[in-house]
Design a protein around this ligand. Structure first.
Ligand SMILES: [Zn+2]
Ligand SMILES: [Zn+2]
Length: 345
């Protein structure tokens, strides 16, 4: 038995098919490789990376040396680079338009500790990391030519990540990427049909009433498993306040997220031990015409199943864990952990 479910904002469909979780699998999960001696993000190896663009370290210690608590650097192997040429202007070719891969790609090393995942960060350490992310987003989103940013963490061998040392990345693009465009178009469509209301706030309100997909409700955030989840144990962290990016987050929101995020990541490791995941947040620069409609959020996308030929060929995900079951398991895990998590309002 399965359901087709549609995300009301993006319009994307997912197939929720719980019976598929019973499939036998013969493929082993590769363990991540880990070597402190060869890690470019470990303390003492600062000269292995490009010069830092931001860092938190005690006063008096020089830049690009040890002693830091969080460190932002340009990616040594960038997806997009400001060296690639002008931000604008595609050249028409018979085969299709082509333009330089202009943009920015930064790495934010979460902690000097090689083997401490985000899930294990103290609220103070997570707060330092989130402050640096907010600072870099503020810089990148106000850089001429930047139209959008994607902030993400790749964790584990199935996430696309290559280095174990915990780090986030920000890619700043000269164009709004397709998923963000789908969201903004969907939010605009929803607002036209519902007296200007924000679609994501309507969804979060509905989830707070329904409760079957709720994970945690706090003063500033609603955490739930989205109705049309494409990934098993997918969770959305939705800020109650409407802003176009995490760059606009208040100190209070940031402090709350510093407790909430490690707790949610810890709960994932409880319900699916060792799960690889991507943590993703999209952002639009404040004050631009499309930005008003956007409501930023964090998506936790566990990578427990690989897309097969049907999913790649049809452009639709098959999710073997219903979001209702996922939310129930997350709630139980959070209760077991009893960790530093904001109380429900
Ligand atoms: Zn390391
Ligand atoms: Zn909103």
């Amino acid at each position: 038995m399965s359901d087709f479910r549609q995300d009301p904002i993006s319009g994307r469909w997912a197939i929720v098919a719980e019976s598929r979780s019973a499939r036998p699998t013969e493929y082993p999960v590769r363990p991540p490789s880990s070597s402190i001696e060869n890690c470019p993000f470990c303390e003492g190896h600062e000269s292995w990376t490009p010069a830092e663009v931001g860092a938190a370290r005690p006063a008096g210690l020089p830049a690009n040396g040890p002693g830091w608590r969080v460190r932002a650097i340009p990616n040594k192997f960038p997806t997009l680079s400001a060296d690639a040429g002008a931000a604008r202007g595609a050249t028409e070719n018979p085969e299709g338009p082509i333009r330089p891969g202009w943009g920015f790609h930064e790495v934010i090393i979460a902690t000097p500790e090689h083997s401490t995942p985000l899930a294990k960060l103290t609220p103070e350490a997570a707060g330092r990391l989130l402050r640096m992310v907010r600072e870099r987003l503020r810089v990148l989103l106000t850089t001429n030519g930047v139209e959008a940013c994607v902030t993400f963490e790749n964790s584990g061998p199935e996430s696309g990540g290559t280095l174990l040392h915990p780090h986030l990345q920000i890619v700043a693009l000269p164009e709004i990427p397709p998923l963000l465009r789908e969201e903004v178009d969907g939010l605009a469509r929803f607002a036209r049909a519902h007296e200007g209301r924000c679609g994501y706030e309507s969804i979060a309100s509905a989830e707070r009433v329904d409760r079957s997909r709720m994970v945690r409700d706090s003063d500033d955030f609603t955490v739930f498993a989205p109705f049309a989840s494409e990934h098993p144990f997918e969770v959305r962290i939705h800020p109650r306040r409407h802003e176009s990016s995490f760059a606009q987050a208040t100190d209070r929101e940031l402090d709350e997220l510093a407790s909430l995020l490690p707790a949610v990541l810890g709960a994932l490791d409880d319900v699916a031990p060792g799960a690889s995941y991507n943590l993703v947040s999209r952002a639009l620069p404040a004050g631009r015409p499309r930005a008003e409609e956007y409501h930023w959020h964090l998506d936790l996308l566990p990578r427990l199943v690989r897309a097969d030929g049907f999913e790649v060929g049809g452009g639709i995900s098959v999710n073997p864990v219903s979001p209702e079951s996922a939310a129930e398991q997350f709630r139980a895990a959070l209760e077991r952990s009893g960790g530093p998590i904001p109380a429900a309002r």
